[in-house]
Design a protein around this ligand. Structure first.
Ligand code: AMP
Length: 585
């Protein structure tokens, strides 16, 4: 293994090809481990981003901005054909990458290294202003003519944001552990570093350069998001104390808005969403409130952006806040729908990380650091030692139009567990009752062709829950109801980017559920159902001995959950817990 030799893009492209046809996750890990172990220091991070179909960490807001038209024009230029030929070929192949590999016949004019491709794509990402579409086209066309045909396919997919290798960050962490440390034993240290940095490239580079001690030394850094801590759920309010395991707990209001992590660095404020994208531009009002009311020079706060009607003194629903998801007229709409920030945690202040302090200590410090006013404040809460206290606070929240409560452990070890869904935080929402009155957030992995009134769209979609232990998506139901006509008409467009031509490696489907079309795990959808039952068809919590999994009966579409990544969907363990509770009552 020689780490000083630059990796040819060809080597990477052939690995991509093998990854695409590898049916098992372990096979993927082995391929990736070999690839990463051979990469040089200035490339290893880039290789990780490329495998994920990106050119930089997801939070960095580096956007290639290459639309279908520019991609098609670049292919036409490189192939010396008309745009109409490219469009016709795309209609046939359904994919710009395959189209490029097919239409550009000229032999390669050069040799491309991973770094050459990275530099080209970075220039594309940074081209802006008048004439930038032409510039992007020209750079992409030059890369395409330099590359041999198999590489052309992946160059185009990278540029168009359509890699779809089906590899997730957790798969790469396993591959790094195997490739550099010989086993998965130290994988938790890598995962921790990733959870607090959200940058897989940084973890890989540090591992190669400094080894495991370097990875352990990765710390919280301003303007680099920390992966959010998540909540668990229970079947009865009386279960909350048992599960949390501390005699006294905090019960906070649960806001139905958007999770926002605020980084303050003097006057410079960056806001990150739950999916770790930079949403600073979307919330100019929250930026102002953080600047005005956070009295530490540097700080990282976790909290929720909520739409609040100051005149009526009531919280507005999530859908109202989502009207602010826009690129244009941001300030105008911010005036119409002002956002309020409710901070529920402090993760860092004045150069010090608070992740390893207990929740009571973090909360006390949050109250010192944040001056409250009508637009920004710590989340309202009570501290209680009995279930009646929880129930009373919960009912008061519901009366005020809130969604429910989040109960938090006050134990000495109630640290902020970045990226984890554990029993330290438990939510209890309106409509909870035994059985399944809460919704599940599922990932679409397949679709069946629509017939009759649904011709031209999908008749139903195959939905899966996330098995976190095995990093697999296991099916729970086929869903065809609850869609409005508009939702139905939008389905093909929404799912087009995720279409793949074989069963994705991280998806587990039984033969009777095999769909007409496959989708890489990408779109998350909120689903309401009647109950969970055992099923010989669905693979969620699959028991090979009994040949039974768990299925959701009477699933209905509720809404898209674009702010959730597939790995943040309902887990198979949560589905099993709901099933267990149903049997208790
Ligand atoms: P869910 O999206 O239903 O899984 O609920 C978890 C989400 O509730 C978190 O990701 C936050 O965005 C939101 N949330 C609202 N209020 C709180 C709170 N006080 N503590 C923690 N999370 C909260």
């Amino acid at each position: 293994m020689n780490r000083r030799i630059t990796v040819k893009f060809a080597t990477l492209a052939s690995c991509f090809g093998r990854l695409e046809s590898t049916p098992s996750r372990n096979g993927m890990i082995a391929l990736l481990a070999r690839l990463l172990a051979g990469a040089a220091l200035d490339e290893i991070g880039i290789v990780c981003y490329f495998v994920l179909g990106e050119i930089a960490p997801g939070y960095s807001a580096v956007n290639l901005g290459v639309g279908d038209r520019t991609v098609a024009a670049a292919i036409a230029l490189a192939a010396g054909t008309d745009l109409s030929d490219v469009e016709a070929a795309v209609r046939e192949t359904g994919d710009y990458g395959d189209t490029a590999a097919r239409l550009i016949e000229a032999p390669a004019t050069g040799y491309l290294s991973v770094l050459d491709v990275y530099r080209g794509l970075s220039r594309i990402a940074h081209a802006s202003g008048p004439g930038s579409a032409e510039e992007k086209k020209a750079i992409l066309a030059r890369l395409l003519t330099a590359a041999p045909p198999p590489e052309r396919r992946y160059l185009v997919r990278l540029a168009a944001g359509e890699m779809r290798l089906g590899v997730g960050e957790m798969t790469i962490l396993d591959a790094l552990a195997e490739g550099f440390l010989g086993s998965k034993a130290e994988r938790p240290a890598l995962e921790h570093a990733y959870n607090i940095s959200s940058d897989i490239g940084l973890v890989a580079r540090t591992l190669l350069e400094v080894g495991l001690p370097g990875v352990r030394a990765i710390t919280v850094t301003l303007h680099r998001p920390i992966r959010p801590m998540l909540t668990q759920r229970v079947g009865r309010i009386s279960e909350i104390f048992e599960r949390i395991g501390s005699p006294v707990i905090a019960v906070e209001e649960k806001y139905d808005g958007e999770r926002v992590q605020a980084h303050k660095d003097g006057d410079d404020v960056t806001l990150f969403s739950r999916r770790l994208t930079d949403v600073t531009a979307q919330y100019p009002d929250i930026v102002r409130h953080v600047r005005r009311c956070v009295v530490a020079d540097t700080a990282i706060l976790d909290g929720e952006a909520v739409a609040f009607d100051h005149a009526a003194g009531t919280y507005l629903p999530f859908q109202t806040l989502m009207r602010r998801r826009r690129k244009h007229r941001v300030s105008e709409v911010a005036g119409e729908i002002p956002a309020t920030y409710r901070a529920f945690d402090l993760l860092y202040a004045n150069g010090e990380s608070y992740l390893h302090q207990s929740y009571p200590d973090r909360r006390a410090r949050l109250e010192e650091v944040l001056r409250r006013d009508d637009h920004i404040s710590p989340a309202d809460r009570i501290v209680t030692g009995d279930t009646d206290g929880i129930t009373e606070f919960y009912l008061a929240c519901i009366e005020r139009g809130l969604e429910g409560i989040v109960c938090k452990s006050c134990a000495d070890d109630s640290f902020y567990r970045a990226g984890a869904r554990e029993w330290q935080w438990i939510k209890w929402k309106r409509d909870y009752a035994p059985g399944i009155s809460d919704t599940l957030d599922l990932v679409i992995v397949g679709g069946n062709a629509g017939r009759g009134r649904r011709a031209g769209t999908y008749g139903s979609v195959l939905c899966a829950a996330y098995n976190h232990e095995e990093d697999l998506f296991q099916t729970v139901c086929g869903m065809g109801t609850g869609f409005s006509d508009r939702d139905l008409a939008d389905l093909p467009g929404r799912l087009a980017g995720a279409r793949v031509d074989r069963e994705p490696a991280r998806v587990m489907v039984n033969p009777p559920a095999v769909p007409d079309f496959w989708f890489a795990p990408h779109q998350v959808v909120e689903v309401l159902g009647l109950e969970i039952t055992e099923s010989p068809v669905h693979t969620c919590n699959w028991d090979p001995a009994r040949r039974r999994g768990l299925a959701l009966r009477f699933p209905r579409f509720v809404r898209w959950r674009d702010e959730k990544s597939p790995e943040q969907a309902t887990t198979t363990a949560e589905v099993a817990a709901i099933f267990g509770r149903q049997r208790e009552v």
